[in-house]
Design a binder for this molecule. Structure first.
Ligand SMILES: NC(=O)c1ccc[n+]([C@@H]2O[C@H](COP(=O)([O-])OP(=O)(O)OC[C@H]3O[C@@H](n4cnc5c(N)ncnc54)[C@H](O)[C@@H]3O)[C@@H](O)[C@H]2O)c1
Length: 255
C-alpha cells in the first residue's frame, strides 16, 4: 500500500482483538504506531509483537473517556513521532442485555466509551492534522450501527452515531485534507465477542448459529479487518471519502 511508510498512526484499543491486528498491519506497512489502550499490559504485548517483527511502536496507557488524558497522549505521540497522520478509533466495549432490562448507569458507560471516546479522540487530534495539512481517520463502528443487534441497543446507537458523526466532520474538513471513513466489522472472534456470546454451551451455540448465517460460514478475525483499515489509511484510498464499509463475510450486504 502506498504512503504509509514513516507515517505516525494512533490506534485506540490496540491492546487486544481487532485493534491489535490493525496496529500490526499498519506497522507492517511501515507506519510508526502508537498503541493506546486502557489495558497497559495488552498495549505492551502489541508493542512487543510489532518490535519483534521489525516495526516501530510505542505503547501508551489511555482511557479514551478522559478528554485531558487524550490531549496529553496526542501531544506525547506528536513529540515522539513528529506528527499525527492517521487515527484509528477502534476501542469499544459492550455488555449484552435487552434494553428494557438495562440500567441507565450501563447506558452511560457504553456511551462514554463508544461515543464520547471517539469524539474526544477526534477533537484532540484534528487540530494537529489541520496544522499539518490533513490526515486520515478510520472509525471502527459495527454492523450493529447499520442494521441493529439484539441485546446491544445503546451500543448500536453509539455505533450509528459514530457513522453519522464521521460523515459530518468529514464534510466539514475534507477540503482541508482530513479524510474520514468508517469500517463496520461483522461478528469477529475476539475477547469482546466472547464476552457478548457468553460462556459454555450457550456461547458455542450462538457462535455456531452466527457462523451458519454468514455466507463465508465463519466469524471474522483480526486479520480480516486489518487490511481495509490499512488501505483506508493509505494513499491508495485518497479519493474514498466519508464511506461506511461492512467487513462481515457477507452477513450484511449494503448497496
Ligand atoms: N468483535 C466483534 O464481533 C465486533 C463486531 C463489530 C464491531 N466491533 C468493534 O471493533 C472494535 C474492537 O473490538 P474487539 O472485538 O477487538 O474488542 P476487544 O475487547 O478485544 O478490544 C477492545 C480494546 O479496547 C480497549 N478499551 C476498552 N475501553 C477502553 C477505553 N475506555 N479506553 C481505551 N481503550 C479501551 C480494551 O482494553 C481492549 O484492548 C470495537 O470498537 C468494537 O465495538 C467488534
Amino acid at each position: 500500500m502506498r504512503g504509509l511508510q514513516g507515517k505516525s498512526a494512533l490506534v485506540t484499543g490496540a491492546g487486544s482483538g481487532l485493534g491489535r491486528g490493525m496496529a500490526l498491519r499498519l506497522a507492517e506497512e511501515g507506519a510508526r504506531v502508537a498503541i493506546l489502550d486502557v489495558d497497559r499490559e495488552g498495549a505492551e504485548d502489541t508493542r512487543n509483537a510489532i518490535e519483534r517483527a521489525g516495526g516501530e511502536a510505542v505503547a501508551l496507557e489511555l482511557d479514551i473517556t478522559d478528554y485531558a488524558a487524550c490531549q496529553a497522549v496526542v501531544a506525547a505521540v506528536k513529540e515522539r513521532f513528529g506528527g499525527v497522520d492517521v487515527l484509528v478509533n477502534n476501542a469499544g466495549w459492550d455488555h449484552a442485555e435487552n434494553f428494557v432490562e438495562t440500567d441507565p448507569e450501563l447506558w452511560r458507560k457504553i456511551i462514554d466509551i463508544n461515543l464520547y471516546g471517539p469524539l474526544n479522540m477526534h477533537h484532540v487530534t484534528l487540530p494537529e492534522m489541520l496544522a499539518q495539512g490533513g490526515g486520515k481517520i478510520v472509525n471502527i463502528a459495527s454492523d450493529a450501527g447499520r442494521i441493529g443487534s439484539s441485546g446491544e441497543a445503546v451500543y448500536s446507537a453509539c455505533k450509528g452515531g459514530v457513522i453519522a458523526f464521521g460523515k459530518t466532520v468529514c464534510r466539514e474538513l475534507a477540503r482541508r485534507g482530513v479524510i474520514i471513513n468508517t469500517v463496520c466489522p461483522g461478528p469477529s472472534d475476539t475477547p469482546l465477542f466472547a464476552a457478548f456470546a457468553g460462556e459454555g454451551e450457550a456461547g458455542e451455540k450462538l457462535r455456531a448459529s452466527l457462523a451458519r448465517s454468514i455466507p463465508l460460514k465463519r466469524l471474522g478475525t483480526a486479520d480480516d479487518i486489518a487490511g481495509i483499515v490499512a488501505f483506508l489509511a493509505s494513499d491508495d484510498a485518497n479519493f474514498i471519502v466519508g464511506q461506511t464499509i461492512s467487513v462481515s463475510g457477507g452477513l450484511t450486504m449494503h448497496g
